[in-house]
Structures are given as structure tokens and as C-alpha cells.
Ligand binder design. Structure first.
Ligand SMILES: Nc1ncnc2c1ncn2[C@@H]1O[C@H](COP(=O)(O)OP(=O)(O)OP(=O)(O)O)[C@@H](O)[C@H]1O
Ligand SMILES: [Mg+2]
Length: 427
């Protein structure tokens, strides 16, 4: 563990038959849970409320002590490590960020490095790096208090704080659960981007299957008492749900959910006519016509997309194109999923979204027909068409939300079926 920290690397976590009973006479919250979490991967626990996700996660940093079983971190038994050492070396992010309200953003972020007695210069440098990593302006935000931040900004600071001492492990318990859908999408994408740079072992808890599919290298679908209903890569789970429970949890629209798995970088970007203020209009119009398009994209001096101008507007050869056409509503980057790209396209009205590099510079266009093509390529038999699929159900399920009672009823039915099978086998 100490060596892993020195190298800033990631470590494997191995949970071996871990059980947690909060009270001797109560049923266990987690029962015989075994799972290997590979170094440098994002593993997402997904399951309904009360199934034991938080308990399982908190046993890793020993905020909850296992009743039995063993947890190995980087090959060492966590029970034999000092708890304060363990917690300083495992970043932890919770809903509402869990920031200390009486400390400024800077003081919040610097908490662990200070505990570790880093020298001032190292702390300052690390903090600047973290502001950059989570996409916040240091000068603007360092001196503010948590209550002076939006929910999304608080979560960003929460992530910065958790990463401050470059821990090999990050535990994230529904960190984006309280955010509006747009902010949540953005922070999910940012987390993926950050993970590309820092490569931690991340355990992420959610009850949102879409979030699990988008973020997980591996997804672990949990049933009550943290029993593992299925684990695997997201596309495996979508393509072959192990049983009815998982199928019910995935809900309808598995094909659409697969759009979470394809990213802009997996597509071939299309050429698109662009121009800058002062450019020759004839050339742009020719390009628009050659590509059989309706619009050209106006870029600023740093090649960042500004506005869509229709061919008719180009014909007028406006001297100030910045006040013509319609503004570019959103852009996508390499790690944006097609699911989110589609949202951008539908809200932009052009059916096209510009893809940009890290500096915001235009790379190419993504069109709606590419999304539909990708959907066909990654085609899986829709759940509803699978021979043994459960009947198509409620709107809540179709949107990926599920009713806990449905799952319980489903489990009861499975149990009953199994009993019948056993009865037949012994008869
Ligand atoms: N400190 C505690 N004392 C006693 N029982 C607890 C305690 N914490 C959790 N439990 C119980 O253990 C079970 C699992 O709880 P846990 O918080 O791990 O679930 P969860 O999957 O994280 O749920 P949610 O999605 O609602 O956060 C629940 O039945 C809960 O009531
Ligand atoms: Mg929880």
C-alpha cells in the first residue's frame, strides 16, 4: 500500500467471503460477499435501495468493520493496517460531497496533504493541479465556502479533495445522485476523463443502471444482502442478463442503453465546412454544396465552434457573421458517449454536433445517422424479444427505474420456481 502510494499507482482490492451483521439477531446486511476488483478499473455496484451497497463499500476503508471474511488491499490484509493510514490512502466521495462547511474550498482540498504533513510548496502545487483536473478556476473558487458553490461544483471539489494525496483507491457512494440530469451527465463524463489521467482503482455505488453502464469497466448487479446477481462488462450484462432479476433491473431499452458504451472516439468524424470571420464566402458555399449540407460552422480565432450559418445566410455574405445564424448549443469530446451526443443533437436542432479537442478546437462533426448506424452495429436482441424474457412492464421500468416491489415479487417467483424444480427432481 505505502509503495503503491509512492508510485501514485492503483492497487487490487480483493473481498473474500465478507459478511456484515449490524446486530447479532438481525439478518446480515452483506452476506458472504466475494469479489476481486482489478487495479486501475472502475467497478460499479448497482442495486436497489437497502441492498447493502454502502455497507459493502465502507468495509473497504473500514468505516464499517466486517463481521467475518477478509479484505485484501494491494495484497495486504486491511484489518492489519491502521485505520487512519487506510483512510488517508483511500479517497472517499459521497453525495452532497461531504465538504466541511466552515472550511474554504482550498482548506477542504488540502485536508489530507496537511494531515500527511506535506510541505507548503508541495501542497500549493498539488492543489493547483487538482483545480485544473476537476475543471475549476483556482483564483475564483479557492477562497469560497462550500455553501457558495452549486451542487455540481461541490461534487467537483469533493472529487478533488478525495484525490488530493493521490490515493490508489477511490470510493464513490452515489456522488452524483443529488444533481440534475445535465450536471450529472457532465460530471460522469469528467470522471471518465479524470480516470484516463489518474488510473485509480475506483469503486462506484449507484442505483442507476444507466450510470453503471456508462461508467463501469465492470458492473456488479447486487441483490439484497449484497448477493451478486451478475457481474461483467456492461455490454455483457446488457446482451446477456443472467436471470430475470437482472433483466428486470436493466428494464427496457437495452439497445438504447448500449449507446452509453460507444464514445465519440469510436466514430469516424465527418468533415464539415467551417470558416472564420473574414474568410472567403465562395469557398465555404462551394464546400457546403459539395457535401450536400445546409449549414457551415463559424469558428473563432482558436478554432472553437461559435455559430451555425445556413447556406442562405452565407449567400448574403454578412460582414459580421457572429451576429448571424444560430449559436452552437453544445459540443462533444472524445469521451462523450453517443447517448449524451444524441441529447446534444436533438437539442441543437441541426441534428449535428461538433466534436472538439481538449482545448475546445473543432475536430469534425457527428451526425444523427452515425448514431443510428452505431445502434445497429451494436445490435442485441431487445429484451422484449428474448424467448424467456419477462413480460414488458411499467413505464418506470422502461426508463430504467424499477420498483423494489417488482423485484421482490420476481425473487419470490424465482424461489417458488426453484422449489418446484427441486420437488420435480426428487420426485
Ligand atoms: N448503521 C447501521 N445499523 C444497522 N443497520 C444498518 C446500518 N447501516 C445500514 N443498515 C442496514 O443494512 C442494510 C444495507 O444498507 P446499506 O446502507 O448498505 O444499503 P444501500 O444499498 O447503500 O442502500 P441505499 O441505496 O438506500 O443507499 C439495510 O437494511 C440497512 O437498513
Ligand atoms: Mg447507500
Amino acid at each position: 500500500m505505502e509503495e503503491a502510494i509512492a508510485s501514485g499507482g492503483a492497487v487490487e482490492i480483493d473481498l473474500q467471503s465478507v459478511t456484515k451483521r449490524y446486530a447479532a439477531d438481525a439478518p446480515p446486511a452483506v452476506e458472504e460477499f466475494s469479489l476481486t476488483i482489478p487495479a486501475g478499473e472502475i467497478v460499479v455496484f448497482v442495486g436497489p435501495s437497502g441492498c447493502g451497497k454502502t455497507t459493502t463499500m465502507r468495509m473497504i476503508n473500514r468505516l464499517v468493520k466486517p463481521t467475518s471474511g477478509r479484505i485484501m488491499i494491494g495484497g495486504r490484509d486491511a484489518a492489519e493496517m491502521k485505520t487512519d493510514v487506510l483512510r488517508r490512502h483511500i479517497g472517499y466521495v459521497v453525495q452532497q460531497a461531504g465538504l466541511l462547511p466552515h472550511l474554504t474550498v482550498r482548506q477542504n482540498i488540502e485536508t489530507v496533504p496537511r494531515l500527511l504533513k506535506w510541505d507548503r510548496k508541495r501542497i500549493r502545487e498539488r492543489t493547483s493541479e487538482l483545480f485544473d483536473l476537476v475543471g475549476m478556476e483556482e483564483e475564483e473558487f479557492a477562497g469560497r465556502y462550500p455553501r457558495e458553490l452549486s451542487g455540481g461544483q461541490q461534487q467537483r471539489v469533493g472529487v478533488a479533495r478525495a484525490l488530493a494525496a493521490d490515493p490508489p483507491i477511490l470510493l464513490m457512494d452515489e456522488p452524483f445522485g443529488a444533481l440534475d440530469p445535465i450536471t450529472r451527465d457532465r460530471l460522469q463524463s469528467e470522471l471518465l476523463k479524470i480516470q484516463r489521467r489518474v488510473r485509480k482503482t475506483i469503486v462506484f455505488v449507484t442505483h442507476d443502471i444507466d450510470e453503471a453502464i456508462k461508467l463501469g469497466d465492470r458492473v456488479v448487479v447486487l441483490q439484497e444482502r449484497s448477493r451478486i446477481a451478475q457481474q461483467g462488462a456492461p455490454d455483457e450484462i446488457l446482451a446477456e442478463p443472467a436471470n430475470r432479476y437482472v433483466r428486470a433491473f436493466i428494464g427496457g431499452g437495452a439497445a438504447v442503453k448500449r449507446l452509453h458504451l460507444v464514445r465519440i472516439e469510436d466514430l469516424e468524424l465527418r468533415p464539415y465546412p467551417t470558416f472564420a470571420a473574414g474568410d472567403d464566402y465562395d469557398a465555404v458555399i462551394r464546400e457546403v454544396d459539395e457535401l450536400r449540407l445546409d449549414y457551415a460552422l463559424l469558428l473563432d480565432g482558436r478554432r472553437r465552434p461559435l455559430r451555425w450559418l445556413h447556406r442562405d445566410e452565407l449567400e448574403d455574405r454578412p460582414t459580421d457573421p457572429v451576429s448571424e445564424g444560430q449559436p452552437v448549443a453544445g459540443v462533444v469530446t472524445a469521451t462523450t458517449t453517443l447517448h449524451d451526443a444524441m441529447d446534444e443533437m436533438l437539442s441543437s436542432g441541426t441534428g449535428i454536433v461538433p466534436a472538439v479537442d481538449d482545448g475546445g478546437g473543432f475536430l469534425g462533426a457527428v451526425r444523427l445517422d452515425q448514431v443510428t448506424a452505431a445502434l445497429e452495429e451494436t445490435h442485441v436482441t431487445p429484451v422484449a424479444e428474448q424467448a424467456d424474457a419477462a413480460p414488458v412492464r411499467t413505464v418506470a421500468e422502461i426508463t430504467g427505474e424499477i420498483d423494489r416491489r417488482d423485484i421482490e415479487a420476481e425473487q419470490a417467483r424465482q424461489d417458488a420456481e426453484r422449489d418446484v424444480e427441486r420437488g420435480e427432481a426428487t420426485a
